[in-house]
Ligand binder design. Structure first.
Ligand SMILES: Nc1ncnc2c1ncn2[C@@H]1O[C@H](COP(=O)(O)OP(=O)(O)OP(=O)(O)O)[C@@H](O)[C@H]1O
Ligand SMILES: [Mg+2]
Length: 358
């Protein structure tokens, strides 16, 4: 592994910001640290960069233990959300600045700047000042200040958060392209799941100072390992209650008076309480023709929210709860007020056992 983090802990006073993080990243990998605000993503990045010292643990880059090295000796560059460009310097001077710190010859610096501007399509803009650039162009220069040093690892802390949606999408593709071209690991911090899913090879889901799972993005999305991931990544309907077993052996969750069927392979540790999650795109809605088959839940359509590429159907159930469905057969027509049926493929339901309090 190219970047190896083992048992990394960080305390600020008595507060534990990171509790024993392990992470191993390959040389050609793009990984994201995805988690809610305050979960410890930036802290982890700052420890890797050397801007903070860990309370415990080790960081290895390309086999070398860099845990006690100062930032500039680690061969790491970091890009931040605020571009932090020097306003009184041109693009060329902004890129030249980190190279001067490395005490490179003028000829070498010129070559590096040209190389960097080539990759980032900044060649035409070299003599402009930051206030003469668009937001996306400024962000490219900020990336350039990281890349121009030819780092072994590039760390990015929410670099697109200040850009508008369309520009962000374009930049996502571009950043991924740079990573492939350079062949170095990018560690990308975000709380935006779309960003993490579109760019990364693997995603580490960070929660409360720990990593809940580190896996390829389709696993994180489709087969969440923990209930936190099931709720944080994508949108799901959630059912909690005791587990019932029918005389024929079929299991279901008794959820506020409604039986939610579970698949034959669902593993529920304790029958006293379990929680099941189904993604809204796996939740099918159809018109109720009066013959609800097995495994279908009846309700009344309250509202339809148009989301562009798909629609969300909000369904009121007799128990007072609401289910959101976004999967519908193209021939089906339903309108608010209609009686509808909700169902899903039970294999797509994720079930977690609840800890039962004594
Ligand atoms: N220097 C510090 N001193 C004390 N507490 C800190 C310090 N830096 C971070 N923390 C705390 O550590 C926790 C993790 O912070 P961190 O900045 O890593 O979160 P984050 O996941 O990057 O959040 P965000 O998405 O909001 O940027 C927070 O509770 C924060 O208040
Ligand atoms: Mg942060």
């Amino acid at each position: 592994m190219y970047l190896e983090i083992s048992n990394l802990r960080k305390k600020f006073g008595s507060f534990t910001a990171l509790s024993g993080v392990n992470l191993a990243v390959e040389k050609d990998e793009f990984i994201s640290l995805l988690g809610p605000s305050g979960s410890g993503k930036s802290t982890l990045l700052r420890l890797i960069a050397g801007l903070e010292q860990p309370t415990e643990g080790r960081i290895l880059i390309d086999g070398e233990d860099v845990t006690r090295l100062p930032p500039y000796k680690r061969g790491i560059a970091m890009v931040f959300q605020d571009f932090l460009l020097f306003p009184h310097m041109t693009v060329r001077e902004n890129l030249n600045f980190p190279l001067r710190m490395l005490k490179m010859s003028a000829a070498e610096r010129e070559e590096r700047i040209d190389w960097c501007c080539g990759i980032l399509s900044l060649t035409e803009l070299k003599d402009r000042y930051p206030n003469q650039l668009s937001g996306g162009q400024q962000q490219r220069v900020a990336l350039g200040r990281g890349l121009v040093c030819r780092p072994k690892v590039l760390l990015l802390d929410e670099p697109l958060a200040n850009l508008d949606r369309e520009l962000r999408r374009d930049m996502e593709i571009e950043i991924r392209r740079y990573q492939v071209q350079l062949g170095i690991p990018f560690v990308y911090v975000t709380h935006n799941q779309e960003e993490a899913l579109s760019m990364s090879d693997r995603i580490a889901v960070v929660n409360k100072g720990g990593i809940e799972d580190f896996a390829d993005k389709s696993t994180i999305y489709s087969h969440p390992k923990t209930r936190f991931i099931a709720q944080f990544v994508g949108r799901s309907n959630v059912f909690t209650g005791p587990v019932l077993t029918s005389p024929s052996g079929g299991k279901s969750i008794e959820w506020q008076g409604i039986q939610v069927p579970l698949g034959p392979n669902a593993s529920v540790g304790s029958p006293e309480s379990a929680t099941a999650y189904i993604k809204i795109e796996d939740t099918l809605i159809e018109a109720d023709d009066g013959t609800p088959g097995p495994g279908k839940i009846a309700g009344k359509l309250r509202d339809v929210i148009f989301r562009g590429q798909y629609a969300e159907y909000l369904v009121n159930l007799p128990n007072g709860a609401e289910i959101v469905a976004s999967s519908i057969d193209s021939s089906t027509r339903v309108s608010p007020g209609d009686n509808v049926l909700i169902s899903w493929d039970v294999d797509r339901l994720d079930v977690f056992s609840d800890a039962v309090r004594p």
